[in-house]
Design a protein around this ligand. Structure first.
Ligand SMILES: NC(=O)c1ccc[n+]([C@@H]2O[C@H](COP(=O)([O-])OP(=O)(O)OC[C@H]3O[C@@H](n4cnc5c(N)ncnc54)[C@H](O)[C@@H]3O)[C@@H](O)[C@H]2O)c1
Length: 393
């Protein structure tokens, strides 16, 4: 039987647009035709489409009209309007992380170090509400592109939770590396925050997801986050910071370290780190301690393959692993990083939903809980770690 054809439209022509397109090449559940790409960066769009033999379209409306699934691969500040526009036309939308956020008041002098975190939280909650309302009114669905959810290690643990029905008691996890190269990343008005939102969103989404799964299998209801205590720090901006050149240091008004401590409705907890201060390649892991088992999910530093060279020059054309500072000596080379990180699996799952209506593991409820927790976390950090309630929308 011929596989069902689903039309894809990609918004954006940068980094995420590139890995979305690559991941689409691994979708086997259905046939995908990319009907158009739209981006505000004209030259970049031209390069992107000509390299892949795709059609550049002139407006967002035209892109949405000719797609069944719209990929939102644009900066976080643009997510809400693009998602709502696609849902209004009854299209599914795959939106990159973070779902939405607070990007300042638009004023020239806006400074991420000293605005009111409560105001940031209120703006973010309103944005989430508008997106959830648009989804409710649409035949389309929000698919939250949190690739960690679809990483094989995380999906294997989902199976274990579903079959052993444990109580998850506590979790700890991290995403850290030596810092983003993107200059836009260091400015709150573009990124909506620092390490806590940019990196912490990954382990946080997984911790919340596991409690959602646990609740669903035991009581038919997800267990949601209840409070967060958080600390944030700008370590590379400390007056006495000793710069030896290995870590990125261009951040203007965001944190480069965060610690989140979440308490769930049933009293279970998760402690999660995210930072720009870790050498040795991207550090992606989460450990789950439950009433009947303990699991460590390692999305990076896997030892399925290790390689050694006495001189990194030999590997100058070899991709080893994300954000490693040197290729000399032993490396935990990732034979297929996209696979370990779930990029291919998430795309295949989303297109199964679009073609056959499969339930979405990384859905708008997970996206909403994640981002509401993070902005409550910024309020907590402003209060030096006091517990702040998480709004459940
Ligand atoms: N899941 C992950 O691992 C991961 C990794 C990197 C980035 N991301 C996310 O992907 C998103 C995009 O990040 P990126 O690194 O690709 O950024 P980028 O700067 O490389 O690309 C952004 C693209 O969006 C386009 N754009 C900006 N505003 C637009 C608008 N209003 N309409 C249409 N196009 C517009 C730009 O022209 C550019 O092509 C962000 O939300 C980011 O957090 C996710």
């Amino acid at each position: 039987m011929e596989k069902k054809l689903i039309r894809a439209g990609i918004v954006g022509s940068g980094f995420a647009a590139r890995f979305h397109y690559d991941a689409l090449q691994h979708v086997f559940s259905t046939r995908v035709e990319v009907t158009g790409v739209y981006s505000v960066a004209e030259k970049e769009l031209k390069e992107y489409t000509s390299l892949r033999n795709l059609k550049a379209v002139g407006t967002l409306d035209e892109l949405i009209a000719n797609a069944d699934v719209v990929h939102v691969c644009t900066p976080p500040i643009t997510h809400e309007p693009i998602v709502v526009a696609a849902l209004k036309q009854d299209k599914h939308v795959i939106v990159e992380k973070p779902l939405t956020g607070y990007f300042g008041d638009g004023s020239e002098g806006f400074n991420g170090d000293n605005f009111s975190r409560e105001e940031g939280l209120a703006h973010t909650l309103s944005s989430i509400e508008r997106m959830l309302a648009a989804e409710k009114a649409s035949k389309g669905k929000i698919m939250y592109a949190e690739n960690w959810i679809y990483a094989p290690a995380i999906q294997k643990e989902r199976e274990i939770i579903e079959k052993t029905k444990p109580q998850i008691l506590w979790m700890h996890g991290e995403q850290s590396h030596s810092g983003s190269h993107s200059l836009a990343y260091g400015q709150w008005k573009y990124s909506g925050g620092g390490s806590m939102i940019g990196k912490g969103c990954h382990p946080l989404a997984v911790a919340i997801y596991f409690k959602h799964v646990e609740g669903r299998v035991r009581n038919g209801q997800p267990i949601r986050p209840k409070t967060i205590s958080a600390r944030t720090h700008a370590i590379t901006r400390m007056p006495g910071y000793r710069n030896e050149g290995f870590l990125q240091t261009h951040y203007k008004d965001i944190e480069d370290f965060s610690l989140m401590h979440i308490e769930f409705e049933d009293g279970a907890i998760a402690s999660l780190f995210a930072s720009e201060l870790v050498l040795g390649g991207v550090n992606n892991w989460i450990e789950i301690n439950t009433s009947n088992h303990r699991t460590k999910c390692q999305m990076s530093h896997n030892d399925s393959m290790k390689t050694y060279t006495p001189d990194g020059q030999y590997y100058k054309d070899v991709y080893v692993v994300e954000k490693t500072e040197t290729k000399q000596g032993w490396s935990f080379i990732s034979p297929d990083e996209g696979w370990f990180h779930g990029y291919q699996h998430e795309m295949n799952a989303f297109y199964r939903t679009a073609a056959f209506g499969d339930p979405i593991e990384s859905n708008s409820s997970l996206a909403s809980d994640t981002i509401a927790t993070i902005y409550a976390g910024y309020v907590s950090a402003e209060r030096k770690g006091a517990a702040v309630p998480v709004s459940i929308l």
